[in-house]
Write a protein that binds this ligand. Structure first.
Ligand code: NBG
Length: 836
């Protein structure tokens, strides 16, 4: 964006809103309480207040959306369509107030009415429409797209039940259905008239049309409808607003009248029920076989509706679809939406009369594919019989795409049957499966990984053959996170201090944070920096006490690991470290230099037994350590239940230390690591994912590195590991594991953690034992650094000063320049007949 674009799109507070000011907000709030909630003050609940305020805010957002949509329409600009099965957008009220610049006025208005604004913000239940980093990344990208004035639509699924709520009893995780819609969702706009029909099952019929052209008709067994539900995404500091459009399934007919008339009431509503099941629930990322068909149908519903929607919008401005790819850049967020490749081809061929070559050219020019994992078990494939029974026409198209594609491979690499087999869209082994990553690669003009190391490993391993065929399709796009939500909104104290020091431009140009470097030795500033962190720690301590009855001291180091629970992320390595520290303290060999509060949070996939045992382990160790009078002042362990965007916002600002300790080569990128860095935490980490780049940016002296690197991991794996030998050679490790096996942490039960210990002895897939000594050594360096307050503050300041690369604005600019070829279209303020 040029400077003048940016300036002209800057917000003019007089013009951009409905009336601002506390009196207008109070008036509209009361009107909404009456007209939308049908309540009066004496009987209104907190939820009524929350909803009435949310509507008051939403009304003030709509104008920006209408301005933006109008501008995009007039300019006929290229739109980014971000297709993602997950969007973890977090709570909306606080964010939208911040972006509208209405927080102070709203606070005053609520105060005058005797209502606590913070309680309303805390009351909001977030839409948990994702599992973890992948879904949150999509939300950060929506934020940056709007802030950079890029016309964009996020397309996804409106799950009625999002990720489960985690609840802990006796140290074990229990899953509770997430009923996020129970009390209403004021942020969404239901577009009853934007509805598409989606076909499922049945068979195909081939024929020749009047011109003698080969045509195929799909005779589906069922049809369902997808209805659009829109949520607005404001840009920060600009007028632009984009939308997230989520699809909800509904039956094409509410009632089977024939069945009804025959008296079969159950059958009469059956179709409605089974259609609506399609978008009922978000699938947790575990390995369960259950619900495969439903999952495939979900993915298809969402991509089909999204493409039909894009085509409809396109045809409002154009007469045909020949330049569809010049008007849309469609990004596949992992392979969950990869069916879109085949669906667009099908729509062009079967519904819009295109010939293959042109349809295929439009398709491949439209799509880009982002890969988010190297884990083989996470690469999606669908069994052929299932695929055929849900999408018979698409399977034919997959075969045809594959036939043409493999001809190309054979021409390039004659006689290389192994390569042909590996690259095929169909895995011919066993029950035959359709490989979605291969489909995404073949159907896209651009393929990227999400951190430099990950992209390099993709090119060298999982997608090696595709890289050999099309090296120029590949690039890296290191992830980023939005500093608006994760610093300005979550950490106002630090945010204000930064603004005081370097001005407010950093929220859009994180390079400006470099200005902090000059202050790193300024005593007064360092002291204020320290105080800002203390304030966030105290606030987390209060939250933990109020919510969970936990006593933690803000004077201890807050040492944090929060993310999904998974063996590759190695929360259990952290626990082994805690046990070692506990032993050292107990033995009195080591005077505690620094008191620590080790904080964990994260959900385990419901079917992932080992991850659930890891949660139990954390609680079991906490129970002993926190109650031991010899150690409880020096070491605490806390597990914060139900990690989500909302809880995360309490935690990141308060962290001193960020543990990013996955085995090198396993974590594609990580984004939590970036949020910690921006909040002034120092990283203790391996050379994995984006840690590598965090260390490069921060400077190696401001990062606590340990552990094997990726090539050492590979070499070890090749040579065959001998974990038991490591155990025998390291007395501290031996004591730690023996203690764990002894039942000390499990009320005498020696069996409880046996599966975990056994796995470490026999396989240790994620090389905890190999990395243990290095981990302990690095923890020693952390203690020494923290004991020197001035040094720690300096390192913390430098981490924030150098975190600019990890803004999602930088990432989105790279996608725009290299993949989407989309530019800013600042929303214009005035539309002919709209209010101003
Ligand atoms: C996750 C990776 C993370 C990465 C996010 C966002 C999946 C499949 N992948 O390392 O594990 O930060 O994607 O790119 O959820």
């Amino acid at each position: 964006m040029t400077t003048s674009d940016r300036r002209s799109s800057r917000l003019d507070p007089q013009a951009a809103h409905l009336e601002r000011g506390a009196p207008a907000i109070a008036r509209d709030f009361q009107a909404n309480l009456y007209t939308r909630m049908a309540k009066f003050e004496a009987i209104a609940t907190r939820n009524d207040h929350y909803l009435a305020l949310a509507y008051t805010v939403r009304d003030r957002m709509l104008q920006r959306w209408i301005h933006s949509a109008h501008t995009y329409f007039e300019k006929s600009s290229r739109t980014v369509a971000y297709l993602s099965a997950e969007f973890l957008i977090g709570p909306q009220l606080g964010k939208n107030l911040l972006y509208l610049g209405l927080e102070a006025d709203t606070r005053t208005a609520m105060q005058q009415l005797g209502i606590d604004l913070d309680a309303l913000i805390e009351h909001e239940e977030e839409p948990g429409l994702g599992n973890g980093g992948l879904g949150r990344l999509a939300a950060c990208y929506m934020d940056s797209l709007a802030t950079l004035c890029i016309p964009a639509i996020g397309y996804g699924i409106r799950y009625e039940f999002g990720i489960f709520d985690q609840y802990i009893r006796d140290g074990w995780q229990y899953e509770v259905t997430d009923k996020w819609l129970r009390l209403g969702n004021p942020w969404e706009i239901v577009r009853h008239e934007i509805e598409y029909t989606v076909q499922l099952g049945g068979h195909t019929e081939a024929s020749h049309d009047a011109d003698g052209r080969y045509r195929v008709r799909w005779r589906p067994e069922r049809v369902v409808q997808g209805i659009a539900h829109d949520t607005l995404f404001l840009g920060h500091g600009v007028h632009n607003a984009n939308m997230l459009r989520l699809w909800q399934a509904s039956a094409s007919q509410a009632l089977d009248l024939q069945a009804f008339n025959e008296g079969d009431y159950a059958r009469a509503v059956q179709e409605k029920v089974s259609s609506e099941n399609l978008t009922k629930v978000l699938y947790p990322n575990d390995h369960s076989e259950a619900g495969k068909r439903l999952r495939l149908e979900q993915q298809y519903l969402f991509v089909s509706c999204s493409l039909q929607d894009m085509i409809r919008i396109h045809l409002q401005r154009a007469t045909d679809l020949r330049d569809f790819h010049t008007k849309y850049a469609i990004q596949l967020n992992d392979t969950h939406p990869a069916l879109a490749v085949v669906e667009l081809l099908r729509l062009l061929l079967d519904e819009h009369g295109f010939e293959w070559d042109e349809a295929w050219a439009i398709t491949t020019r439209s799509f880009g594919y982002t890969n988010h994992t190297l884990l083989p078990e996470a690469l999606e494939t669908w069994s052929m019989p299932l695929f055929r029974s849900v999408l018979p026409r698409h399977l034919e198209l997959v075969f045809e795409i594959n036939r043409r594609f493999l001809d190309q491979v054979r021409l390039r690499f004659p006689g290389d049957d192994g390569r042909v087999e590996r690259m095929s869209l169909v895995d011919e082994h066993g029950d035959k499966r359709v490989r979605m990553a291969n489909l995404a690669c073949v159907g896209s003009h651009a393929i990227n990984g999400v951190a430099a190391l990950h992209s390099r490993l993709l090119e060298a391993s999982v997608l090696r053959d595709f890289h050999a065929l099309w090296p120029s399709k590949f690039s890296n796009k290191t992830n980023g996170v939005t500093p608006r939500r994760f610093v300005a909104l979550s950490n106002p104290v630090l945010s204000n201090l930064i603004t005081e020091a370097v001005g407010d431009g950093w929220l859009h140009d994180m390079g400006k944070l470099r200005g902090l470097e000059a202050l790193r030795h300024d005593r007064a500033f360092m002291e204020r920096w320290h105080e800002a962190k203390q304030a966030s720690k105290q606030s987390l301590a209060r939250y933990l006490k109020a919510r969970h009855g936990e006593d933690v001291s803000a004077d201890s180091m807050f040492d944090v690991q929060v993310k999904r629970i998974h063996e590759y992320k190695r929360q259990h390595l952290n626990v082994l470290g805690v046990i070692a520290r506990y032993r050292r303290l107990k033995s009195g060999r080591e005077a505690p230099k620094v008191a620590r509060t080790v904080i964990f949070a994260g959900k385990a996939a419901p079917g992932y037994t080992m991850a659930k045992l890891m949660i139990k382990l954390i609680h079991s160790v906490a129970e002993v350590v926190n109650h031991d009078p010899d150690t409880r002042d020096a070491l605490r362990v806390v597990f914060v239940p139900d990690f989500n965007v909302k809880t995360a916002q309490h935690i990141y600002p308060a962290a001193n230390l960020s543990q990013q300790i996955s085995l090198a080569g396993m974590e594609a990128s990580g984004t939590g690591n970036m949020k910690f860095m921006m909040n002034g935490a120092l990283t203790l980490g391996t050379l994995d994912g984006a840690n590598v780049e965090i260390r490069e940016e921060a400077g190696e002296e401001n990062f606590f590195l340990f552990g094997l690197n990726e090539s050492e991991v590979t070499a070890r794996r090749r040579a065959g590991q001998a974990p038991r030998r490591i155990y025998e050679a390291n007395p501290e490790l031996r004591d730690v594991l023996d203690l764990l096996s002894s039942g000390v942490f499990s009320r005498g039960d020696r069996e409880l953690f046996a599966p975990l210990v056994h796995h470490l002895f026999e396989h240790d897939t994620y090389m905890l034992l190999a990395d243990f000594a290095a981990y302990m050594e690095a923890q020693g360096r952390v203690d020494a650094a923290f004991a020197d307050r001035a040094r720690w503050s300096e390192m913390s300041i430098l981490n924030v000063a150098r975190s600019g690369k990890f803004s999602s604005d930088r990432a989105i600019r790279e996608y725009c320049d290299d993949i989407w070829h989309a530019g800013p279209v600042p929303a214009q303020l005035h539309i002919p007949d709209g209010p101003v």
